[in-house]
Design a protein around this ligand. Structure first.
Ligand SMILES: NC(=O)c1ccc[n+]([C@@H]2O[C@H](COP(=O)([O-])OP(=O)(O)OC[C@H]3O[C@@H](n4cnc5c(N)ncnc54)[C@H](O)[C@@H]3O)[C@@H](O)[C@H]2O)c1
Length: 421
């Protein structure tokens, strides 16, 4: 069988590091060929092509698909555009491989599911977390029945303040219309693994969220005295006083190409139009009766997460601290703990992987490009899986906007999500 042909839309950091740079190298290049790239920023598209063997750069998405004739399109643009390209790709006869989140609203999710049904094409949502050895160990243990039937889940995710957490407020993610907020652009990962772990789809959702530290709440304007802040750190007169000032001007991805669209990764985190939440809590009732309480906090002193499953035979706890809190004595990353009512507590060791995203990226990419064998742990995420995680985030946003209203997924979608399977 010949190599599969792929086009990439979105010469993003992700398009570059996860896909283009890897796909031109062994072992991946044995299975694939990149036959085109399109990005609204021609400078970034050209730079990516030049760095990865000079595959063709196209002036429009339409022209790329017409001329390059790919088997599949890899979509790594800003989240807001995932749906548009996924639907166009399918309508032009290609499969769609969509970075998470698959899209950012319920209407977009419905359009992708409808297009998939209409065209018969395949949609993959690339959830690398399902491929991280640590999370896979959790899935394996849950599937083994070690804690019996899961009854409820508590799940907490923390992003480090002034680091990864703040980074979402420096770029396009800071606007709901671009990213759907952290409950989509970030938590899509978390909702997907939660759905995968409990082996069900969401039935009802309720949520609260708020913005405490960024945008108009920032202390910056208070310190300076009510001035409108500069739009970007590199042009800001308050570099010496702002605690969240960054200098990213030496980076190669954005600054060299800002002449085309003005996009840089140093937007002021206190600009007034920031409208996403920096903390949120979401409650989910699953179709199988499991309940989940989830929290997200972008202003934490460390980067990490914890999950606990209570089941009919015991409890499973897992979690990691990735950055910060080095002095904190905790378990994580290398062990999953199970407390069984009859057999007592056992710790299950997991080998630690320091390569991209806890070992998830390389394993996902290989399985994506060369899907051999069965999928015993259901790691290959479908359009319905992609939609399930989007629906939790999007309906949580709707619930927050309505003061915490409980939203029924089937009622809002207009049909059962699993009817798209
Ligand atoms: N799975 C993961 O672990 C992971 C990690 C990082 C990012 N991501 C996802 O990857 C995607 C890219 O994120 P990033 O931070 O690398 O982005 P980025 O900011 O580096 O780049 C976004 C790109 O999208 C392009 N773009 C914007 N509008 C476009 C349009 N209409 N048509 C074509 N191109 C357009 C921009 O010009 C830019 O090159 C996002 O969906 C993000 O959520 C996933």
């Amino acid at each position: 069988m010949g190599k599969k042909r792929y086009c990439i839309v979105g010469a993003s950091s992700r398009g570059r590091a996860m896909y283009a740079h890897q796909m031109v190298k062994a072992p991946y290049n044995e299975y694939c060929e990149i036959v085109g790239i399109y990005d609204t920023n021609p400078g970034r598209a050209q730079a990516l092509s030049s760095a990865c063997g000079n595959f063709p750069v196209y002036a429009t998405f339409y022209q790329m698909i017409k001329e390059a004739k790919p088997d599949a399109v890899i979509i790594t643009t800003m989240d807001k555009f995932h749906e548009e390209y996924a639907v166009k790709a399918m309508e032009m006869g290609c499969d769609a491989i969509v970075e998470k989140p698959m899209c950012i609203t319920l209407d977009q999710a419905r359009r992708i599911l409808d297009a998939k049904e209409r065209t018969g094409r395949h949609v993959t949502t690339t959830f690398n977390m399902r491929y991280m050895p640590y999370k896979l160990k959790v899935k394996e243990l849950l599937m083994s029945g070690i804690i019996g039937e899961i009854e409820n889940v508590t799940f907490e995710w923390n992003l480090i303040y002034a680091g990864h957490g703040t980074s979402y407020f420096r770029r396009w993610h800071a606007l709901m219309e671009n990213s759907g907020g952290l409950l989509l652009t970030k938590a899509a990962h978390h909702f997907d693994i939660a759905n995968w772990f409990v082996d069900s789809y969401p039935a009802k959702i309720t949520a609260f969220g708020k913005l405490d530290r960024y945008g108009k709440n920032g202390s910056f304007r208070d310190i300076i005295g009510g001035d409108t802040p500069a739009e970007h750190c590199h042009e800001c007169p308050h570099k010496d006083t702002c605690k969240l000032y960054v200098d990213t001007t030496k980076g190669q991805l954005y600054f060299p190409h800002m002449q085309y669209d003005g996009y840089t990764d140093d937007c002021c985190v206190f600009r007034k139009d920031v409208d996403i939440y920096d903390s949120a809590s979401v409650n989910v009732l699953y179709e199988n009766g499991v309940t989940m309480a989830y929290t997200l906090n972008a202003n934490a002193p460390y980067e990490g997460w914890r999950i606990a499953f209570n089941g009919t035979k015991g409890r499973l706890e897992a979690g990691e601290i990735m950055t910060g809190a080095e002095d904190l004595v905790t378990f994580g990353r290398d062990v999953v703990r199970v407390m069984n009512y009859k057999e007592g507590t056992k710790e299950f060791p997991v080998e630690a992987f320091n390569d991209a995203h806890g070992g998830g990226d390389q394993r996902l990419l290989l399985d994506l490009l060369n899907p051999t064998g069965d999928d015993p742990y259901y790691q290959r995420a479908t359009a319905v899986d992609g939609a399930a995680s989007v629906l939790i985030g999007a309906l949580a946003n709707e619930s927050i906007a309505q003061g915490g209203k409980v939203i029924d997924v089937t009622e809002r979608l207009g049909r059962e999500l699993r009817s798209y399977l």
